[in-house]
Design a protein around this ligand. Structure first.
Ligand code: NDP
Length: 236
């Protein structure tokens, strides 16, 4: 299996992004992470970038290309929530979540596609969420941004699928990270009841699927949504 590729993971300083970066390092890839704060795991190159800022994304890519080489695998992982019920949701609550989760993916993947087209090879992996297709009360902004990634990956597959580039979506369910730790214990217990697996997942369980999508074994998979949710979304 070829691991002679450069990987860029956005939001690789903590949570799922950090676990993904660790997996790729362990498999022998050259790995860079973007972070607004903190550092990526040992063995990674950390570059600063806020994904809402196209110039910062461009500068981060240039730095990684100069230090590690052309980026073949991009994992758009950076994401935020700003949960509240629709009638209480402000324009900013909506716009800022879309600008990070969907707009950030646009900026990152657009910049990554240049090098992938040149190399005639690329793997685009977008971190969505079970709620993108399942829906979630209080998350109109977040779930819209996450289902938007499905249309994004499928359109990209139609545009670039003939150039050796695949684009897939990984849709995690509930994963033990800072994002879910913020939820009240009663809410977490309620969620757990509805998950056939009866538990939340570790970030590493998501990372394994991402690493597989980047591998040679997944060369003929594109436009897919791969759930990592313990059965919550029933494979939707
Ligand atoms: P965390 O809150 O632990 O980490 C979020 C990451 O995104 C951080 O690295 C953060 O950087 C980065 N980030 C946020 N906004 C920006 C921005 N504007 N520019 C650059 N980086 C940014 O989240 P998780 O690890 O839990 O989530 C990672 C991804 O997985 C997200 O897309 C999330 O929606 C998705 N997901 C998570 C699930 C879960 O149960 N945890 C379930 C389904 C999907 P910083 O530290 O600088 O803020």
């Amino acid at each position: 299996m070829s691991t002679d590729r450069v990987v860029l993971v956005t939001g690789g300083n903590r949570g799922i992004g950090r676990a993904i970066a660790e997996r790729f390092v362990a498999a022998g890839y050259r790995v860079a992470v973007t972070a607004r704060s903190g550092e990526g795991p040992e063995g990674t190159l950390t570059v600063r970038a806020d994904v809402t800022d196209a110039a910062a994304v461009d500068a981060a890519f240039t730095e990684v290309e100069q230090q590690l080489g052309p980026i073949g695998i991009v994992v758009a992982n950076a994401g935020v929530t700003k949960d509240t019920l629709l009638l209480r949701m402000t324009e900013d609550d909506f716009d800022s979540v879309l600008a990070t989760n969907l707009g950030g993916t646009f900026r990152v993947v657009k910049r990554a596609a240049k090098g992938m087209l040149r190399a005639k090879w690329g793997r685009v992996i977008l971190i969505s969420s079970v709620v993108g297709l399942y829906g979630s009360a209080g998350q109109v902004n977040y779930s819209s941004s996450k289902s938007g990634l499905v249309g994004f990956a499928r359109s990209l597959t139609r545009e670039l699928g003939g150039r050796g580039i695949t684009a897939n979506v990984v849709a995690p369910g509930f994963i033990e990270t800072d994002m879910t730790a913020e939820l009240p214990e009663a809410t977490q217990a309620e969620y757990r009841k509805n998950i056939p697996a009866g538990r939340f997942a570790t970030a590493d369980e998501v990372a394994g699927v991402v690493a597989w999508l980047a591998s040679d074994d997944a060369a003929y998979i594109s436009g897919a949504v791969i759930p990592v949710d313990g059965g919550l979304g029933m494979g939707h």
